[in-house]
Design a binder for this molecule. Structure first.
Ligand code: GTP
Ligand code: SPV
Ligand code: MN
Length: 598
């Protein structure tokens, strides 16, 4: 049963969109369990959702092979002036982009139902939360939104007659002619895909893709691109960060927020179970942090999401047992392989490879096949509340006080396992110069090194030069209460191409050193790039790591670091007069420090 809408702006918008997109039906979602089940039943009947015998209430979907990840090249920040979108974003003038997209939207929902999805990012009713309404013609989007956000008729009640919300319009861009049979994963060709943001009017228009961040508009579009622009205007922060609570053997708590680019280890670190005795880790969020200065003058973080949209390949009981236990029931899997006994499988799962599966394209697969059984960006959608180590405070409206920021990325070489920034400004320099090898989370080449400042290159909804300045401003406001800043790299490889660091639960050893730095329990060596652990200060007890490996992991090759300078120069030069003087000063300090070490 469709819910009645009393909000004036929403009713007007629903009518406008219906007139434009011409759906066969309109359905306003309540977010109830029944609604989810009915929707899933329909998807099963049409062969789109495959129920998994081995996991209660869990389903496998296979996307079109052309629609498997975010599409950064088709993603736009549409501000009146191109300058305000900045050099890291694609830009089209709002009037031009709207004209193009209105032409695409015209009649685009013919033969389909238009779903109106009221959702809250953050706990419903919390002062930090934001209300969005997604209109979508994809039932797959509806069931995923049920898990990833708080979809509820309560959101409509909260809106009342005159409340405001962020409109998020989505269509897969595949109208049906009368009698035309639908495909299992309708979408538009790449040249017709548009993921558009109008931050000056808090508006999102997405067309042509049904996948992940392109289509679940509460996530990257609202909670990062639109929210980052709001945060800049209003004096808070919306970041691509996991949030975790670490407790040391004496019971002291540390809250850590860490920014790594897509598919570079946030979900894994957020749920990590320490390999060192007496330390405990609890998950608060795995992808996005909204942070504001609290009454105590510290930075407090909430996770605006309600679920995890996590990378499946590589997830196993040996790498991320807490994720595996989160995935036992009530999960949507996308682009994983299907085993003969009715379970999902992906590369890197525990145990032997199955002798036969149906791969993510629906074809027979055996270990002899030359392709992967699961797509590299295959994902699970799972309720955060199911994570065995979800922190009891994860939905606290006031959030948790952040002690530590960590930046990082995927670097085969150059960057050591861990180092600390000299101070806040230097920390901003580390964030602003972060670089990482590209992954399958975006359509495009994998393994290319690129600057991905603060892991926000694809997600900053305004000029990134202004974003850098916002970080300085927040630091000034926080003063001595600002989090300390660190940089990590779990992905350094040896000459023969093997990871030098075991990673996963052993990353707790690095977090331990970081916490001990905060407490002033351990010293550090000053190097041109930052403060490195003294030998023996990293707890490597019980770890079978050769001293040669450790040396290589921590080594700083000055020639290689000097080779970074021209690339940073080029990166920074793109920001022109939006580049903060303080960041230029940091860069000069870095060059000088390298120069002194000949
Ligand atoms: P998004 O959801 O795209 O934002 O990704 P994410 O940052 O949450 O990355 P995730 O934790 O899903 O990890 C991505 C891939 O990196 C997975 O295949 C992991 O197995 C792998 N990975 C994560 N942590 C480590 C680590 O410490 N060492 C190594 N070698 N691989 C890791
Ligand atoms: C990412 O790419 O950083 C993700 C997945 O978290 S998506 O929702 O597709 O953006
Ligand atoms: Mn992400």
């Amino acid at each position: 049963m469709s819910v009645t809408v009393k909000n004036e702006k929403l009713n007007r918008w629903i009518r406008e969109v219906a007139d434009l997109c011409a759906p066969d039906d309109i359905y306003v979602c309540s977010g109830s369990k029944d609604e989810y089940r009915l929707m899933m039943d329909k998807l099963i009947k049409s062969g789109i959702a495959i129920p998994l015998k081995k996991r209660p209430n869990s389903f496998l979907f296979r996307s079109d092979p052309s629609d498997v990840a975010r599409v950064e090249d088709n993603t736009y920040i549409s501000t009146a002036s191109r300058e305000d979108a900045g050099p890291t974003n694609n830009w089209i003038a709002p009037s031009d982009l709207k004209k193009t997209m209105l032409d695409l939207y015209r009649g685009c929902m013919k033969g389909r139902t238009m779903y109106v999805i009221p959702f809250s990012m953050g706990p419903i009713g919390s002062p930090i939360s934001k209300i969005g309404i997604e209109i979508s013609d994809s039932p797959y989007v509806v069931v995923n939104m049920h898990i990833m956000t708080r979809v509820s008729s309560q959101v409509l009640e909260l809106l009342g007659a005159y409340g405001d919300f962020i409109p998020c319009l989505h269509s897969v861009g595949a109208p049906l002619a009368p009698g035309q049979k639908d495909t299992k994963w309708p979408c538009a060709p790449i040249e017709k895909k548009y993921i558009s943001h109008f931050p000056e009017e808090n508006l999102i228009w997405s067309y042509g893709s049904g996948y992940g961040g392109n289509a679940l508009l509460g996530k990257k579009c609202l909670a990062l691109r639109i929210a980052s622009a709001m945060a800049k205007r209003e004096g808070w922060m919306a970041e691509h960060m996991l949030i975790l609570r670490l407790t040391n053997p004496e019971g002291k708590q540390y809250h850590i927020a860490a920014a790594f680019p897509s598919a570079c280890g946030k979900t894994n670190l957020a749920m990590m179970q320490p390999s060192i005795a007496g330390w405990k880790c609890e998950c608060i969020g795995d992808d996005i942090a909204w942070m504001n200065v609290g009454p105590d003058g510290r930075l407090h973080a909430i996770n605006p999401e309600n679920g995890f949209f996590g990378v499946a390949p590589g997830t196993s009981y040996s790498t991320n047992p807490m994720a595996m236990d989160t995935l036992k029931e009530n999960v949507i899997f996308t682009n994983c392989a299907l085993t003969d006994d009715g379970d999902v499988w992906w590369e890197g799962m525990d145990g032997d490879e199955p002798a036969h599966v149906i791969d993510w394209k629906g074809k027979d697969w055996t270990p002899q096949s030359s392709t992967d059984a699961a797509h590299a960006n295959a994902r699970f959608t799972a309720p955060a509340s199911q994570c065995p180590v979800i922190c009891k405070d994860w939905e606290k409206p006031e959030g948790v006080p952040i002690d530590i920021f960590i930046f990082g990325g995927r670097r085969t070489d150059v960057v050591p396992l861990v180092y600390e920034a000299f101070d806040w400004d230097h920390g901003v320099f580390l964030g602003a110069t972060a670089a990482s090898e590209t992954t399958a989370a975006n359509i495009g080449a994998v393994g290319n090194l690129r600057r991905d400042p603060f892991a926000m290159k694809p997600f900053c909804g305004y000029n990134m030069g202004d974003y850098f300045q916002h970080w300085f401003d927040m630091g000034d406001r926080l003063g001595s209460r600002a989090p300390r800043v660190f940089y990590v790299n779990w992905f350094r490889k040896s000459q023969d191409g093997k990871f030098l660091w075991p990673g996963f639960s052993d990353n707790s050893r690095v977090l331990k050193w970081i916490c001990e730095r905060i407490d002033g329990r351990v010293g550090a060596q000053k190097t041109p790039i930052g403060l490195l652990p003294n030998e023996k200060d990293l707890d490597l007890s019980g770890l079978n790591l050769s001293t040669d490996n450790m040396k290589e992991l921590m080594s700083i090759d000055l020639t290689a670091w000097k080779a970074e300078v021209p690339d940073i120069e080029k990166h920074f030069s793109t920001f022109g007069n939006r580049m903060p003087e303080r960041l230029k000063k940091q860069f000069q300090g870095f060059i000088d420090a390298l120069g002194k070490q000949v």
